[in-house]
Ligand binder design. Structure first.
Ligand SMILES: [Zn+2]
Length: 214
């Protein structure tokens, strides 16, 4: 895939790096800004896995999207990350696993843990376009809704999807379309369509997108 929007500035040392997770990059993520987005549309280098997560959850800014990608990485690699929580490297080395199979496990398990840990804690370099930095410090990732503070819009989406049994991908699409100010509205539309087919949901998104563009 090629860059549809201006490519962010890439430091020389990061030129083959996924902006989301720090692994080698082999894809481009195109972030399309909406009427409420606090930065212009942009493209950035990423790995295929982060691309698939980011494409599903652009949400309300590239920084919210970054949080969503981290959340998904954490979910997907929960087992790998748990290795580091349950064992220290030394404990694992000194563990009683002695047969060949477990020897391999000990080495690969710690490696998997380290890779997963590095990926979820990578923070991406500060964003800039043609030398003009996009100021993330003014942007509050936290999100308050119905008297509850969420660390990110991504965690609010997760919470509401679980609590109300909503289609998370649909809710993400709706929030991306209307913006965080209208989160309640997105939840309502999602609830109304709780039994709708994929085709109907696609139509709802298309209609709303047209309305917003009118
Ligand atoms: Zn990545």
């Amino acid at each position: 895939m090629s860059a549809l929007f201006p490519l962010i500035d890439i430091p020389f040392t990061q030129r083959h790096t996924c902006w989301f997770c720090g692994e080698p990059c082999n894809a481009i993520f195109n972030y399309q800004a909406h009427h409420y987005t606090p930065h212009p549309s942009l493209s950035l280098p990423c790995c295929k896995e982060c691309l698939s997560f980011a494409s599903k959850a652009p949400l309300t800014s590239i920084w919210d999207c970054q949080m969503a990608v981290k959340d998904e990485l954490m979910r997907r690699y929960a087992k790998h990350l748990a290795i580091g929580e349950n064992w220290t490297e030394q404990e694992l080395a000194e563990s009683e696993f002695s047969c060949k199979v477990f020897e391999g496990f000990k080495k690969s398990a710690w490696f998997m843990y380290q890779v997963a840990k590095q990926r979820v804690s990578a923070s991406g370099w500060p964003l800039s376009l043609n030398g003009v930095s996009l100021d993330a410090s003014q942007y509050d990732l936290g999100f308050m809704f119905d008297g509850v503070n969420y660390t990110s819009i991504s965690s609010a989406v997760e919470h509401y999807s679980n609590m109300l049994g909503l289609d998370k991908l649909f809710l993400q699409d709706l929030v991306t379309l209307v913006g965080r100010e209208r989160f309640g509205y997105a939840v309502r539309i999602c609830r109304i369509n709780i039994a709708s087919t994929k085709a109907v949901k696609r139509q709802v998104l298309a209609d709303m997108s047209n309305e917003l563009n009118d």
